[in-house]
Write a protein that binds this ligand. Structure first.
Ligand SMILES: C[S@@+](CC[C@H](N)C(=O)[O-])C[C@H]1O[C@@H](n2cnc3c(N)ncnc32)[C@H](O)[C@@H]1O
Length: 372
């Protein structure tokens, strides 16, 4: 029998070792995800998260025996989620790690052409290895490659010794020029000498030490919820499945861009060397209020077609006026017979949003809980 206490505190079980896998902006605390799943659903229920991020909701659902389905548009969040639900076998990942490492010297010349940022961020051995992984790992289609790639993403940057990079100012990666100037100012222009094999093996040994997590029928779809939900609704209608819990946290209007904050990880997944702002639909900072409103309206409207009459809708959102009011209005329109409870969740610590320069007094989150 799984004990939630053993997962949310300490690292004694395989489920606890994988629960926090993948740092991600605006992620749910793991104990909160387990608490909501336990309280508002039962084993074998169907739960959905259309803005799944690193998939804490889906992981908690799967570990607690619920059929759990997530959708995530950002490859970094999707990869963390899909891997933690079903990591590949350790031996196969280790073999692939050695295979990638053995090809690194083909990239000796390529690293010389990389922008200064990369040369200051990584020692040559690490940079050659990362270029090889970027070129050869088929992370979208192959679960061994996905697992190795997601482990590299987790440790791509961080404080000295925690990641493969030079010292980073924050957990989030800063801009190219900012980082180069900061390293110069701090006299940190030489990246640490790291052997990528030793480093990754150590991290893998810890992650797999207690075994593989046991996760019940769960998956996360890589894509845009406004599109993917049509197929999911159709399949649910054909199979007569009703979902009993919608548990999610949508993006917050004008607060962050899940792409700019993750630019270095997105580079490793094949993105540009120099970060660009993302103009694609649903991939920017959600500054246009009308687009933001339409995104929530479409996604919650399509989810409404999936939910059981007695379902619970649990949405954590930003308390700033536009985001909160729009979310509440949209949810009440799509779930007119549900009763609404609002639970204020002020931040106890300084938030990333504040650190990133948003000084609004209204910071904090609000939970909208709707039940029948
Ligand atoms: C507040 S975060 C969710 C964080 C998540 N609860 C966690 O614990 O990691 C919102 C997420 O919605 C995703 N997103 C935004 N638009 C989307 C869309 N159209 N379809 C699917 N995911 C989307 C973003 O990429 C982001 O990961």
């Amino acid at each position: 029998m799984i004990k939630v206490e053993d997962i949310v505190r300490g690292f004694k079980t395989p489920e606890s070792r994988w629960a926090r896998f993948g740092p991600y902006y605006a992620m749910f605390p793991v104990d909160f995800a387990f608490e909501v799943i336990e309280r508002y659903s039962r084993p074998e229920d169907f739960i959905i998260d259309p803005f799944a991020g690193r998939c804490s909701s889906i992981y908690a659902g799967g570990v607690l025996g619920r059929h759990s389905l997530g959708i995530e548009i950002n490859p970094v969040g999707w990869l963390y989620g899909t891997v933690k639900l079903q990591p590949a076998n350790k031996e196969e990942v280790v073999d692939r790690l050695f295979e990638i490492y053995s090809k690194r010297n083909y990239y000796r010349r390529a690293i010389e052409r990389m922008p200064l940022f990369y040369r200051m961020c990584y020692c040559d051995e690490v940079l050659k290895f990362l270029l090889t992984a970027r070129k050869h790992l088929d992370w979208k289609n192959n679960s061994v490659d996905a697992t190795l790639m997601s482990i590299l993403l987790v440790y791509l940057h961080g404080k000295l010794g925690e990641g493969m990079s030079n010292q980073m100012k924050m957990t989030k990666v800063m801009g190219i020029n900012y980082s180069v100037n900061w390293w110069r100012e701090k006299k940190l222009t030489n990246p640490p000498e790291i052997n990528p094999i030793d480093f990754v093996m150590k991290k893998m040994d810890w992650r797999y030490e207690k075994g593989m997590p046991s996760v019940f029928d769960s998956q996360v779809v890589f894509g845009d919820s406004t599109v993917e939900l049509d197929r999911i609704v159709q399949k649910a209608q054909e199979t007569d499945i009703r979902f009993s819990l919608l548990f999610t946290s949508p993006p917050y209007c004008s607060v962050t861009d899940y792409y700019a904050d993750q630019w270095l990880r997105l580079w490793l997944l094949g993105g540009p060397e120099i970060p660009k702002s993302n103009q694609e639909k649903h991939k920017g900072r959600f500054v246009c209020k009308e687009d933001y409103y339409n995104l929530l309206d479409t996604v919650f409207g399509k989810c409404a077609a999936l939910m059981d009459k007695q379902s619970t809708i649990y949405v954590r959102t930003d308390r700033r006026e536009f985001t909160f009011n729009s979310t509440l209005e949209i949810l009440q329109r799509h779930f007119p017979k549900h009763k609404t409870e609002i639970s204020d969740r002020p931040f106890k610590k300084k938030t990333q949003t504040e650190i990133h320069g948003n000084k609004s007094n209204e910071t904090g989150e609000i939970d909208i809980i709707m039940t029948r």
